[in-house]
Write a protein of this length. Structure first.
Length: 228
């Protein structure tokens, strides 16, 4: 980058506050972002932003410039932005008794980040950038014949680390619902989460959709971005 360009960007002319518009290029792990000022071809590195704003690449942002200080204060209203991609199944998935099984998803919604890919990893949601996240899963198991039957679901990080868990026993005639939510966790770009299922009896994960509008699609797995 030309040093004179950087000087001109941070120098207030005339003196005082200036409100500028830009595009987020990269979100950094140290709670800064690299921003391209509107109308320029260069990228300004390590721009700080207010704590209430969780930036993501391609956001159109407002920047407050006061002399040498440049601060991101929020996103331009109306810009495309989705912070919670949700992968889900369109058909039931059979689960063999006492066998840990990863849920394989067939579709996704609100995935501007391309966190899910049908091939080659339909079980995964992948973090698009380093930051803090919450993972949420919802499932409904089919009815079983024994009141002592149990069902469990867990959310795995990178295939091994269990970051959330839930279980239940049979609920008569209604199937068994499990909602699993992780505490906030730090994920590095490229880390991924998966939903694992296990039961004491041969069963299946039932698909629910428009008929259960209060929950939307199940089974499902969501990744909610909280910020860097």
């Amino acid at each position: 980058m030309d040093l004179s360009y950087l000087v001109n960007q941070i120098k207030a002319t005339p003196s005082g506050l200036r409100l500028r518009q830009g595009t987020v290029i990269t979100v950094n792990a140290n709670r800064t972002m690299d921003v391209q000022i509107a109308g320029d071809g260069f990228t300004l590195p390590s721009v700080r932003y207010l704590s209430h704003y969780a930036p993501k690449p391609s956001d159109q942002v407002w920047l407050l410039n006061d002399g040498a200080d440049l601060l991101g204060i929020g996103m331009v209203a109306g810009a495309t932005r989705t912070l919670s991609p949700k992968a889900y199944r369109g058909t039931a998935q059979s689960i063999t008794a006492n066998t840990e099984t990863l849920v394989s998803f067939s579709a996704v919604e609100n995935d501007d980040w391309n966190c899910w890919d049908l091939s080659p990893n339909p079980t995964r949601l992948t973090a698009p950038l380093t930051g803090r996240y919450i993972a949420v899963a919802m499932v409904k198991w089919s009815d079983s014949g024994n009141d002592n039957d149990w069902f469990s679901n867990s959310i795995l990080l990178n295939g091994t680390q269990e970051i959330a868990y839930g279980n239940t026993k049979k609920l008569r005639t209604h199937g068994s619902h499990i909602n699993v939510t992780s505490p906030p966790v730090t994920l590095t770009k490229g880390h991924y989460i998966e939903l694992r299922a296990e039961a004491s009896v041969n069963s299946s994960l039932i698909v629910t959709a428009d008929g259960d509008s209060y929950v939307g699609w199940m089974p499902s797995l969501s990744l909610i971005y909280l910020g860097s």
